[in-house]
Design a protein around this ligand. Structure first.
Ligand SMILES: Cc1cc2nc3c(=O)[nH]c(=O)nc-3n(C[C@H](O)[C@H](O)[C@H](O)COP(=O)(O)OP(=O)(O)OC[C@H]3O[C@@H](n4cnc5c(N)ncnc54)[C@H](O)[C@@H]3O)c2cc1C
Length: 209
């Protein structure tokens, strides 16, 4: 996303040292998502909320997982009356997305594999599925324009967080950054604070306070 801003929209307008810093930064992982609409008669209590690790041969750093939750257990009004939702975030190691050319087939496999996994905990779940919606990193990119569907902007690591993320004031006078590609970092609370921070920066500069 920032690459598009600095390297395409502002092509030739910025110093190479600043651009060099950006080139060194690494983008975060993305996710795939699966939402299942389930009939009321299915008993979902055996499916515990939480992380289900799926890696068999990866290093710890790239250990893959599913995060499964049933939001309608907490808030039934999220689904039509007498219906339930299973929500799954699927984390696959970053490298796995590199060579995908047919996202439609990737999505079909993702849906089948994830439902098969859930079936281990809820053996008759397939007959209760009424709605299936899935998203891939390509979907996230399409709706948010985050590069490759990066879920957190830059990768979340010590050398890229807090003051090590890009400053909100860019080398171009009235161009400011806010959100998870800038300080302080990713996640809902951090991006709210990022917006608050940049608003204050502008007000200070314009002597509005
Ligand atoms: C699956 C998933 C689960 C997550 N779970 C959590 C969680 O549990 N807790 C948590 O704290 N964080 C979570 N995160 C991270 C969090 O969602 C992000 O860090 C945060 O939403 C980033 O906010 P943002 O405003 O910087 O950018 P975004 O949320 O990406 O918003 C950018 C917006 O700008 C719009 N846009 C982009 N380009 C243009 C343009 N040229 N013109 C007009 N509009 C444009 C996009 O459409 C989008 O609406 C999750 C992320 C993902 C993908």
């Amino acid at each position: 996303m920032l690459s598009r801003l600095f390297f395409e929209l502002l092509d030739g307008k910025l110093e190479t040292t600043f651009l060099g810093e950006i080139e060194k930064m690494r983008e975060s992982c993305s996710f795939s998502l699966l939402y299942l609409g389930i009939s009321k008669d299915a008993d979902l209590n055996k499916l515990k909320r939480g992380f289900y690790h799926t890696a068999t041969d990866s290093s710890y750093r790239d250990a893959e997982w599913l995060y499964i939750s049933i939001p309608t257990l907490l808030c039934p009004s999220l689904a039509p009356q007498n219906k339930q939702i299973i929500s799954v975030v699927v984390y696959l190691a970053k490298g796995k997305y590199k060579d995908i050319t047919n996202w439609k087939i990737f999505k079909e496999n993702l849906i089948a594999d994830t439902i098969n996994r859930i079936e281990k905990y809820l053996p008759d779940i397939k007959k209760h599925i009424e709605v299936i919606e899935a998203a891939t990193p390509k979907t996230l990119e399409r709706y948010t324009l985050n590069t490759d569907g990066a879920a957190y902007g830059w990768e979340v690591s010590v050398d890229q967080i807090g003051d090590n993320r890009l400053p909100q004031q860019t080398p171009i006078g009235n161009l400011y950054l806010t959100g998870h590609w800038t300080r302080p970092g990713p996640g809902i609370c951090a991006v709210v604070s990022s917006g608050w921070g940049v608003a204050n920066l502008i007000m200070e500069k314009e002597k509005w306070r």
